[in-house]
Design a protein around this ligand. Sequence first.
Ligand code: 9MR
Length: 350
Amino acid sequence: MKNALQCPSLFRAYEKHFRVGAAINGRMPADPAYRELICRHFNSITADNQMKPMFVMDRDATLARGDLSHAAVSFRSVDSLLSFANENGIAVRYHTLAWHNQTPRWFFAKDWSDAENAEPASRDVMLARLENYILDVMNHVNTCFPGLVYTWDVVNEAIEPDQGGPGLYRTRSPWYRTCGEDFLPAAFRAARKGQAPGQTLCYNDYNAFQPVKRDAILALLKKLQAENLVDTMGMQGHYVMDWMNVSLCEEAARAYAALGLKLQVTELDIHCNSDDEEHRLKLAQLYGDYFAMLKKLSAEGIGIEAVTFWGVTDADSWLTGFRRETSYPLLFTRDKQAKDAYDAVMKAAE
Ligand code: 9MR
């Protein structure tokens, strides 16, 4: 294995096709080895957490402001990441504006109460809070860091077949419970108002390759397109080695692109619970096939804006905690060595 700090750049290898990005955490910009690794291999970053509503919405300031339809926001964690990107000439994808998760529960309460059984705010109030929040974030980012963000995850993970009523919407989401499916077009309308020229608006979801979920997402995207509200489909791409199916990913990517949308792979990793030789080679095969497929789509003229890994090295992956076993899902080892999977991705670019 080779030191990832000395290997040829991933993003340069794919420059003709799409940006290559990574999700980073708040500690990485202060770590010289991570800084070097990120700048060498990625020309797009997003935050694994710091840009999510729970890190931006400020309850004390909201209570002090006393406006029941307008939460106060604080951009400390967002700005430190945007400054890092800005100083190093790295573009940013903003993840995420409207999400059922990592949004404080008080944001959905009638009187900003933080109690578990608080009375929810009405639909109209929630739609006003949603628009105010989205515009506050977009205006701040576009004013303080003009030209830095190229794409916004406007709504994340609204379709969930296991909870699905009509349309297979995620019915247990506080957004769905307060506003029904109307929160989706409302979020995108606000984002259209807040976007700067050249930025794209993205719907983002996981398991977007699975036929049942894919078809529900396609129906949602068509509704949004009828009002020209969405530009890009974000296929997250959290895969598991034993069931990842590159052909199904290709079929789904083609179906989204056939609507006239751009594509992004927004959160790529392949869970794998060993790094013995057999697993290393299988991981390399899957990554190689996957990137070859993406490159083929791009060569055919399908617009792929970016492919973003969910983490930089295996040490940063959320999967180890989530799967309750050590995971080896990315291209670089915990010691920042380039794996066979890195070689396979580079080979697919040739
Ligand atoms: O990587 C994120 C992890 O640190 C958080 O604990 C988790 C909380 O839900 O969110 C992770 O990121 C998720 C992303 O925001 C949306 N798609 C699924 C990702 C992995 O769970």
